[in-house]
Structure formats: structure tokens, C-alpha cells
Design a protein around this ligand. Structure first.
Ligand code: NIG
Ligand code: FE
Length: 424
């Protein structure tokens, strides 16, 4: 395989990589496997047709390329994968922030018709174009922070029409950005004035989910299981409808209370259970051996001041843990995917190696992309050139961006003020 005669000419050869660091091996990485990164000093990367063609020590490189670029002794890691964002919304939650800092809780604000419900009202009042214009700088911030694949959820719509509009905005954004976008249909909160909850649920199941599946507007359905949102029995019915329509399933659960969501998600073999701040010690063992990813969101604990998800214990008990920003206006106004990983080290007890795996290979699995998030031949050439020659500088400093260049599908990314650049 390494014989140059067997290798087609690469489009680009990247040299001068102080160290290349990546998770390797198939599928989600559980427990101790989250720490075993492949590290190649003095590395080179060959790119062909937007994909990695060859990776190894520069001195061993058998590849001829049309062009060579010296990266100047900087470290390289895979492009990050943000497995959990709500990046399309209108309005703001500044009044909530004031109320919370004056003593009200997130749940009290939600129960009184504010919080998520106020964002739903503001999002309903915005046009398709406004939703896109508002989301573009948010996506640019996530990409600049290292995210080359970004999940975006709908969920700020009470009616099927409002949900579809949000999913259409996500579809338009996906066409505008070189980042890989994974759209999720989020079933967020029942309207507080719904007289008949059963009718509301059947509208979602009979109209909305079939339409989302038919128009391929999402790859998964995600439901919020919580005292103030949907109950496990309601979630089971909705998620079974999603599975019937060949959509993957995900869940926001154990954010404030453990009411049975986690056990349900594992039983239904969901792609991921996200949040877990209120996960009890008896639940930490439940992910062992499961392919369901435990996605933790340190920005929520930081912003709302709620307990931190037990990342350390979940990994010690064999879980495959992922980390995301949960970018949204209410519980996590965190616009940096690399900062989410840096926070998971401080707040959730992950090591730097585990955090990198959580933000790449395991985040990919949480999106139904079990082989992505690695620098491996055949994968899209998504990678980060760091400002430092030591990869650990990606996650050590707080408040500065340690990324010098973001490459997506073999092209360097540059933000523009008005729109997302598409160089492919
Ligand atoms: O992931 N858990 C509820 N949903 C979002 C928050 C959305 C919002 O507050 O607008 C979350 O925390
Ligand atoms: Fe969320």
C-alpha cells in the first residue's frame, strides 16, 4: 500500500505538522478507549478529492502531490463535531437572564410561559430570511472554534408549520456553509395553553414526523423528557413513530429530574441521551456496553448554575461520552465548540484526551456517523491546524481561540461578514 507506484497522485500534501493527534478505531469509543489517541510526531497528510488519502510520518511519505503546503511546525487534530446545537432562533432571553440572576429558576420561568416558550413566539414572528441571517454568524463562530460538523435542532415551533419553517431554514443554511450540517427535528415543549395534549401529540405523529421524513428535513428526532416538558410514555410513542419513519432518535433527559427518560432512551437504543446533569449514581452504570452516547453539555451547568453531568463517573463505568455546546439562547449561550471541550475538563472531570475523543469520534457516533471524527484515509479532510506545536493547547487556554486554521473537505475556511463561504 505504501509503494508510491500504487498511490494515485494527491491533490495536496501537507507537511510541517509538529504532531498529528486523532482517535482511531471503529465506532464509538467507550470508557478507557476514550483515552487512547494516535499521536504521530513530524507528520504529513495527503488529501485527494476532499478526503484524507494518506497519513503518516513525513519522513515515510510515499505520496507525490500536485501541491505541497508546509504548515510551519503546528499541531493538527480532527475537525470537531458539535453534536448538539439549537442554532436557529429569533429574539433574546436577556429578560430571563435578569430574572434568573435575581433568584428565579429556569424551570419557574418556563412554567410561567417564558423561557423556551418566549423564544418560540419570537421565532414564529421571524421570516425565513431573518432566521438565516441570525444563524449565519452563530455558525461562523462555531466553525472558527473548530466545528466542521454541526448538528442543528429545530424545536422553537409550537405548530407543524412553525417547525417546518425552522427545518427549512436549517436546510438553507446547510447549502450555504461548507461545514457538514446534521439536521434534527426537535420535539421541544407542548404549548402551555394546549387543552388536549393527546391531540397535540397526535398532530406531531400523524402530520409532522411523516412530512419531515418525506422531505428528508431531518436525520433524527429528539424529544425533551422532563417534568415541565414531555413524560416518558409520551416520548415513547413519539420516538416509535420516528423509528417507523426511518429517523434516528435522540433525547434531552435528566436535565433537572430523573423521570425515566434515560432508561427509555437506552431501551429504544437511541443515538444519544443528552444533558444528564441530574443523572443518579445508580444510572451511571447503565451506559456500559451500550452504543447510545452519553452527551454532556458543560455550558448549561456553567450558565444555569445547575449540577455538572458526571462525565468522569460515566466514563469510569464504561460509557461512550460526547460533548457539545448546546448553543441556545436560554440554557447555554456558548458559541465555541472547543470551549465546550475545555469546560468538560474543568467541570465534568474529563482528561484532555477524553475531551478530544468526546468532541470528535464520539460526537460523530451521537449523530449516526460512527466512522467520522478521525484523521483516517477515506474520511472527509476536516482538520484543525493549531496555533501551537502541542495539541494540548487546544483545550488548555480559556477565552482565546487556539486554532490557526480550520480545514473542511480539503479546503481552508475563511469567514465572510455576509455569508458563509463555500469553496468546494
Ligand atoms: O438543551 N432542555 C431544554 N432545551 C434546551 C434549552 C433551550 C432553551 O432554553 O431555549 C437545552 O437546554
Ligand atoms: Fe439542547
Amino acid at each position: 500500500m505504501d509503494d508510491p507506484a500504487n498511490q494515485p497522485q494527491a491533490d495536496l500534501l501537507l507537511t510541517g505538522i509538529s504532531e498529528l493527534v486523532t482517535p482511531t478505531g471503529p465506532g464509538p469509543l467507550h470508557g478507557p478507549a476514550m483515552s487512547s489517541l494516535t499521536q504521530i510526531p513530524n507528520a504529513a497528510i495527503a488529501v485527494k478529492d476532499g478526503h484524507f488519502q494518506w497519513i503518516g510520518k513525513q519522513a515515510d511519505c510515499p505520496i507525490q502531490a500536485k501541491r505541497t503546503l508546509d504548515l510551519g511546525n503546528h499541531a493538527v487534530v480532527p475537525g470537531l463535531i458539535d453534536p448538539h446545537t439549537h442554532a436557529v432562533w429569533a429574539g433574546d432571553r436577556l429578560a430571563d437572564f435578569e430574572a434568573r440572576t435575581s433568584g428565579k429558576t429556569y424551570e419557574q420561568i418556563l412554567a410561567a410561559g417564558g423561557g423556551i416558550r418566549s423564544t418560540i413566539r419570537a421565532t414564529a414572528a421571524a421570516s425565513h430570511e431573518e432566521l438565516i441571517a441570525l444563524a449565519i454568524p452563530r455558525l461562523n463562530a462555531l466553525i472558527a472554534s473548530g466545528a466542521t460538523t454541526i448538528e442543528i435542532k429545530s424545536g422553537y415551533g409550537f405548530t407543524p408549520a412553525a417547525e417546518l419553517r425552522q427545518l427549512e431554514a436549517i436546510q438553507s443554511l446547510a447549502a450555504l456553509t461548507p461545514a457538514h450540517i446534521r439536521p434534527t427535528h426537535r420535539v421541544h415543549n407542548p404549548p402551555s395553553n394546549v387543552a388536549d395534549r393527546a391531540d397535540y401529540l397526535s398532530q406531531i405523529q400523524q402530520e409532522l414526523i411523516p412530512e419531515v421524513a418525506r422531505r428528508k428535513l431531518a436525520t433524527a428526532v429528539d424529544i425533551f423528557v422532563e417534568k415541565e416538558a414531555f413524560q416518558p410514555a409520551e416520548a415513547e410513542s413519539i420516538l416509535n413513530t420516528a423509528l417507523t419513519h426511518d429517523l434516528a432518535i435522540k433525547m434531552h433527559s435528566e436535565q433537572f429530574h430523573a423521570i425515566g427518560g434515560l432508561e427509555l432512551a437506552l431501551r429504544l437504543m437511541a443515538l444519544s441521551v443528552d444533558h444528564l446533569e441530574a443523572c443518579t449514581p445508580a444510572q451511571h452504570v447503565l451506559f456500559a456496553g451500550a452504543n447510545t452516547i452519553a452527551t454532556i453539555l458543560p455550558g448549561v451547568s456553567l450558565h444555569l448554575g445547575i449540577p455538572c453531568a458526571p462525565g468522569r463517573s460515566l466514563i469510569d463505568n464504561g460509557a461512550a461520552v460526547a460533548v457539545g455546546t448546546d448553543l441556545n439562547p436560554g440554557s447555554s449561550p456558548l458559541f465555541s465548540t472547543s470551549a465546550a471541550l475545555a469546560l468538560s475538563i474543568r467541570l465534568n472531570g474529563l482528561t484532555a484526551a477524553e475531551a478530544l475523543t468526546a468532541g470528535t469520534a464520539n460526537a460523530a457516533a451521537a449523530l449516526g456517523l460512527p466512522d467520522a471524527g478521525r484523521i483516517e484515509p477515506g474520511q472527509p479532510a476536516d482538520f484543525l491546524v493549531l496555533s501551537s506545536s502541542d495539541w494540548r493547547d487546544l483545550l488548555y487556554p480559556l477565552g482565546i481561540n487556539s486554532i490557526r486554521q480550520v480545514w473542511i473537505s480539503g479546503n481552508p475556511w475563511t469567514p465572510s461578514d455576509q455569508q458563509l463561504e463555500h469553496e468546494a
